[in-house]
Design a binder for this molecule. Sequence first.
Ligand code: AMP
Ligand code: GLY
Length: 421
Amino acid sequence: MKILVVGGGGREHAICWKLAQSEKVTKLYCAPGNAGIADVAECVNIKAEDIDGICEFAVKEGIDMAVIGPEVPLAMGITDTLSEKGIRVFGPNKKCAQLEASKAFTKSFLMRHDIPTAKYTEYTDKQALIDAIGIYGYPMVLKADGLAAGKGVVLAQNAEEAAAAIEEMMGARVFGDAGDKVVVEECLHGVEASMLCFVDENTIVPMEPAQDYKRVFDNDEGPNTGGMGSYSPSLVFDEALSKRVMDEILLPTLKGFQEDGLDFKGVLFVGLMISDEGPKVIEFNNRFGDPETQSVLMRLDTDLAEIFDAVIDNRLAEIDIKWKEERAVCVGMASGGYPGSYEKGKVITGLGDVDDDIVVFHAGTAFNEKGEVVTNGGRVLGVTATGATHDEARAKAFANVAKISFEGAHYRNDIGIVRKN
Ligand code: AMP
Ligand code: GLY
């Protein structure tokens, strides 16, 4: 099988790394890829949002399967366009991609199908939203409806912060059209977990649960990022909770898809809050999570190409998906200034010094003209370790982070410690 992976971050590195181990894969391309992905796939210089360019390449190269990493091309309808050209695609079509591209779409889906989630109201009128400040108390959860690179959610601690967030979203329009509608939610409390699930039209199969760390500083302080680290399996899950998530959330979701004519095929990312009242859905994404994927795929013991193939053909139920017992921890290293503005092009040293069993997934890297690996994004690396215990994996990850450096590098020291909000 000739496979094209679309995207160029840490998630796509993890997907390529796992696909490269498959005997079924004869050739692996990644568009655009990055300096780390270049170790396991041939990178082609086409942006993930350049749908015409990707289609043209896929047809020309006779690609057997395209795997779409990021949400933006999915929301733009890359799956529909590639499918029209006869290319098999792992990733939901445009209709289903609304589950991530519109928070209001997902909230109404969850309510309609009685799936536990926070109470909400949606607003398109700025004054109506201002009048609603504090409706569910504080923190007031405000979400730009559309895609905002993981930064469109504000937890305002008081009326002043809420007013400022409303001004940003609907006045200054910092998220553009994505903030023309704003969803306000009741604030949930508990421990968060990410459940990535393989989904076809008949079946939903959860992967092992994971946890990510969204805020930039230790103890969950500072602004939200795309994710500063992850670990898997989640330490808050036991068999009883897994069963509740399956019965109260995943199966009703699949049934809802069927009832609503949502022919979802790909990965559904279920963001969960494990509250005192039980698990509730915080959000859906329609793709692998980043950086959860880096921890989760380290533990997958089944051929990923085979799973993708089965999902496309609605044969997921036939696949026995296995997981390794070992635990995984991924510590993200970010550029100085991230998630605010940051410089690129800093030379990264020490990549060759990490232990043999460590995988350094590249998120934002490139080669400079001297052939050195340099920083090329806010999230730069995900140093990922496995171990017989969670603590061992955690210690190994941090011991190896210490071997890598670039100017301005920063990371969280508490990745792997359970946090309760
Ligand atoms: P989202 O993009 O919807 O996942 O939101 C980003 C982050 O904001 C989540 O991972 C949570 O930490 C937080 N968050 C979102 N919605 C809520 C909520 N209703 N209650 C508490 N925290 C929330
Ligand atoms: N780690 C959160 C996400 O991928 O959206």
